[in-house]
Design a protein around this ligand. Structure first.
Ligand SMILES: Nc1ncnc2c1ncn2[C@@H]1O[C@H](COP(=O)(O)OP(=O)(O)O)[C@@H](O)[C@H]1O
Ligand SMILES: [Mg+2]
Length: 257
């Protein structure tokens, strides 16, 4: 049975999409079947895998609020073992269109549950908001992976996300676990980064991944070529680190939170 991991942080620009694409690709490269679900109307995971934003075919939006089936929306990417459910701008409407639907927070989970048999991992790339789409992703997921950029306001808003996780456990009786907190765009040449990393390690303790993602220009370039980092430049530091993150998740010997 596959594990569903939501990559979430309501802040934009912290490395959610970069992590979702490259973790998914690194897991797929370990001979696993992986599905990446682009839950963000900005569709950066979709374009980052070389799929055009103007799809001309059903997307996650049609799966959630229309009558498209999973087979209608699922795309086999050009990367072995990696499938995608794409997004598009229209998905932003789902936040409103789902409001009157029964079990509106569980729509994504209901659609994805049958796919657990087909995939080892399902990675959900969340939008930069604690909206209904993110709520759907968190309720569909077994675990949440939280990327945090090592900058001055790193912890701002994190308590809101942690509160949301706690609320999901209580109000929905959904045993959502923390997969881990990932330090992104890490630059160990600056004292500020080191200080912030130390603060985060104190705050999150065992939940922090040992793997840290450095600032690496290749990671920023890869999406414009429609490729995950391991296909764009497998020898880059960025590729090495996302492969290491995949390994850390597969080993999973950290204490469960
Ligand atoms: N480790 C990194 N090194 C360099 N650039 C990065 C790194 N991670 C992300 N970026 C760049 O930072 C920007 C925001 O990252 P992204 O993954 O899109 O964040 P989010 O999905 O949280 O909004 C993008 O332009 C991306 O290419
Ligand atoms: Mg994103």
């Amino acid at each position: 049975m596959g594990r569903i991991i939501a990559v979430a942080n309501q802040k934009g620009g912290v490395g959610k999409t970069t992590t979702a694409i490259n973790l998914a690709a690194a897991l797929a490269a370990s001979d696993l079947q992986v599905l990446l679900v682009d839950c963000d109307p900005q569709a950066n995971s979709t374009s980052g895998l070389g799929i055009p934003r103007k799809l001309g075919r059903p997307s996650l939006y049609h799966l959630l609020v229309g009558d498209a089936s999973v087979t209608d929306v699922l795309i086999n990417t050009q990367f072995d073992g990696l499938s995608l459910i794409p997004s598009e701008k229209a998905l932003v409407g789902a936040n409103i269109e789902l409001v009157d639907v029964d079990d509106r927070e569980r729509q994504l989970g209901q659609r994805l549950d049958p796919l657990r048999q087909n995939f080892d991992f399902i990675i959900l790339d969340c939008p930069p908001a604690l909206d209904l789409l993110t709520l759907n992703a968190l309720l569909a997921a077994d675990t949440v992976l939280i990327p945090i950029q090592c900058e001055f306001f790193a912890l701002e808003g994190i308590s809101e996300l942690i509160d949301t996780v706690a609320r999901i456990r209580e109000n929905y009786q959904h045993p959502l676990r923390i997969e881990g907190v990932l330090l992104t765009m890490y630059d160990d040449r600056t004292n500020l980064t080191k200080q912030i990393a130390a603060d985060l390690r104190e705050f999150f303790a065992a939940d922090i991944f040992e793997t840290v993602i450095p600032r690496n220009i290749k990671l920023a370039e890869a999406p414009s070529f429609g490729k995950p980092i391991i296909a764009y430049d497998v020898r880059s530091k960025g590729a090495e680190c996302y492969i290491q993150l995949a390994r850390e998740i597969l080993t999973d010997d950290r204490p469960a939170a």
